[in-house]
Write a new protein. Structure first.
Length: 318
């Protein structure tokens, strides 16, 4: 029997994205060596005519491969609802993500689909991402390009919830959305995409938490994508309120794990530690919050030397 070639649905939400960035992103999908894909461009209420026109132009030129979607009334609903709309309108066996200002390398889909075929137990695959400063063409920016070290064994498979524990402990790099690809049935089982903290931030990590609780994840030591670094990116916008946003994410995760009746003690302990680390009294001046957090880190290092049974008991009481 000939194995069916899986269709990959590529989600690309956009909101007032530079037409030049969008063009590069879409062209990187068209350049894939793997032919079985569809691209769903979700206009999240753009007021910039250039980005909307770019999407319509590509959809008209490739009607069998590219479709344009938007929310009713051309509303701006955010990244999570835009991805949900794309999922509901997609037909793929595998779901991939590409922000409209990033790009893929040509073998990405072919190599990731091959990994899924070789490892049917795996629900998500991702690799190393290049943090891309050199897109500007400036020699100084070229020197700033880097690949975050994952902190994980190369080409390893992590059963649930092992990878989520490492994410919570901040021992490994968080994958970029442009790198991941997920089985459709797993994504649907995880429920609707979250709107994110304050309707935007940590939307990706909320998704990863849901996936890592449910299925093994394969982490490859391969770069398939470039994550464009510029002032309007989500990473830069989050930097002003990093500790507050991270604490809100941890609090969301605690509620979600309770709803899912998660009982893994190591996972709950990791979450309790990090929540305590980031929690600060409201009266504490901002200039003191970083030093306090550093002090808490040292206390956690001392606590980690206690017997495991004592550690579990300590955090269960909190």
């Amino acid at each position: 029997m000939v194995e069916r070639t899986p269709l990959v649905s590529v989600m690309m939400p956009f909101y007032n994205t530079s037409a030049a960035f969008m063009t590069e992103a879409i062209e990187s999908v068209l350049a894939q060596t793997y032919p079985q894909w569809e691209l769903l461009l979700v206009d999240d209420g753009s007021t910039n005519a250039a980005s909307s026109e770019t999407a319509r132009t590509y959809a008209a030129a490739h009607p069998d491969k590219i479709r344009c979607l938007e929310h009713p009334g051309h509303a701006n609903n955010g990244l999570g609802p835009s991805r949900q709309l794309a999922l509901e309108q997609s037909h793929g066996d595998l779901i991939a993500f590409l922000d409209a200002d990033d790009l893929w390398l040509p073998p990405k889909l072919a190599e990731q689909v091959t990994l899924f075929s070789a490892h049917p137990e795996v629900g998500m695959v991702y690799g190393r991402t290049k943090y891309w400063h050199s897109w500007t063409g400036n020699p100084q920016d070229a020197a700033r390009d880097y690949y975050p070290h994952s902190g994980l064994a190369a080409d390893a498979i992590f059963p649930p919830p092992e990878l989520l524990i490492l994410f919570i402990q901040q021992q490994v790099a968080i994958p970029c959305p442009c790198s991941i690809i997920i089985r459709r049935e797993l994504l649907e089982a995880a429920g609707e995409f979250e709107r994110g903290i304050r309707n935007f931030f940590y939307e990706d990590q909320m998704l990863y938490a849901k996936i890592c609780l449910r299925a093994p994840v394969l982490v490859a030591d391969t770069c398939w994508d470039y994550y464009r670094q510029h002032p309007d990116s989500g990473t830069h916008r989050a930097s002003d309120h990093g500790q507050e946003l991270h604490l809100e994410y941890l609090q969301w995760l605690a509620v979600y794990m309770q709803q899912q009746q998660v009982e893994d003690l190591d996972l709950w302990q990791a979450l309790s530690r990090q929540t305590w680390l980031y929690r600060q009294p409201a009266w504490l001046p901002k200039r003191l919050r970083q030093p306090v957090r550093f002090s808490k880190k040292w206390l956690l290092r001392l606590e980690a030397r206690l017997p495991i049974s004592v550690q579990h008991k300590f955090w269960q009481d909190r």
